[in-house]
Design a protein around this ligand. Structure first.
Ligand SMILES: [Zn+2]
Length: 83
């Protein structure tokens, strides 16, 4: 899976971004500082019960780094899973 331009965050960078997203804070890229973070699925005003089981993908529009997490995994003080 070596698609051109796909980069990964370091674990510490990804964690910061993930926690910011979980806490509904404004997102900015921990690597290049860009404010354009593409989020899939898009953030909604309210979580629906099913959302917590889905994966959330965060990708910087500027440098292309991405992080994926499962919201359910971040509700506990454990290592989130990175893919
Ligand atoms: Zn970036």
């Amino acid at each position: 899976m070596a698609r051109r331009g796909i980069k990964e965050y370091k674990a510490s960078e990804a964690l910061g971004l993930i926690l910011a997203d979980r806490d509904n804070m404004d997102l900015s890229c921990p690597c290049c500082g860009a404010k354009e973070i593409e989020r899939i699925p898009k953030r909604k005003l309210r979580h629906t019960p099913g959302d917590i089981y889905r994966q959330v993908k965060l990708r910087c529009a500027e440098c292309g780094r991405s992080a994926v997490y499962s919201p359910r995994a971040v509700t506990q003080p454990a290592e989130p899973q990175f893919s």
